[in-house]
Design a protein around this ligand. Structure first.
Ligand SMILES: [Cu+2]
Length: 226
């Protein structure tokens, strides 16, 4: 009798342990990853493409990315050339040159202008509308950059191999979108995709590109490369 009771306790204890373990795994393993590769139609790697995943349900359950977003002016160049940010992000514009910049955008998503007098002076602009914001400088025609404002915390831009991972995505259906400043299409291309919990889904996109338009070095005079 005492023996049977002991066996029952062991079994019950074991079962409880398994239950506790499976609850822990469910809690820890709800996030998936999209491993993205972006190329031209000819298969060449595309750097600086913004890849972002918008939940089809419309609900964004992940926390917003935190930390400063910076669009630096240094050596008469914007850095970075492409800055993806989530809607609502405040971007700082530090001028690290010893001379003046006059940063502006005519883009519908955020028309603005900033006179920056140099020597670590910084100003802040909040990007509250989705879309492309093309930046220029009234004083230096060679300066060119883009802020791309996305409606999701799941975004990043491709590296020199055209690759990027979007991680910590809650399982579910997404519209995975790709945008690059030199693409032919007016807006981001979109592909529907399901992300499983605790899995990595490969994503490939081929983007039709225009002639390259990039930021030029200071002192470059002719505009024919544009
Ligand atoms: Cu300038």
């Amino acid at each position: 009798m005492g023996c049977e009771k002991g066996a029952f306790m062991v079994r019950w204890g074991y079962g409880f342990g398994v239950l506790a373990l499976s609850l822990a795994s469910v809690t820890a393993a709800r996030a998936g990853t999209i491993a993205a590769t972006v190329t031209t139609e000819d298969g060449a790697a595309v750097t600086d493409a913004v890849v972002f995943a918008v939940p089809v349900s419309g609900a964004v359950t992940g926390a917003a990315k935190t930390g400063k977003a910076l669009m630096i002016q240094e050596n008469q160049q914007f850095n970075p050339f492409v800055l993806p940010v989530q809607v609502g992000t405040a971007v700082e514009f530090p001028n690290r040159d010893s001379f003046r910049h006059h940063v502006y955008s005519f883009s519908a998503a955020k028309p603005f202008e900033l006179k920056l007098f140099g020597g670590t002076e910084t100003q802040i602009v909040t990007f509250d509308k989705e879309g492309v914001v093309a930046l220029g400088c009234n004083i230096h025609d060679n300066m060119l950059a883009y802020i791309y404002v996305v409606p999701t915390p799941y975004y990043a831009k491709t590296d020199e191999k055209g690759q990027v991972n979007l991680s910590n995505l809650p399982a579910g259906a997404y519209a995975v979108k790709v945008w690059h400043p030199n693409q032919k299409a007016a807006s981001a291309q979109s592909t529907d995709m399901t992300v499983a919990a605790d899995g990595t889904a490969a994503f490939k996109a081929a983007v039709a590109m225009k002639r390259e338009r990039k930021q030029k070095k200071p002192g470059a005079k002719d505009e024919t490369d544009y």
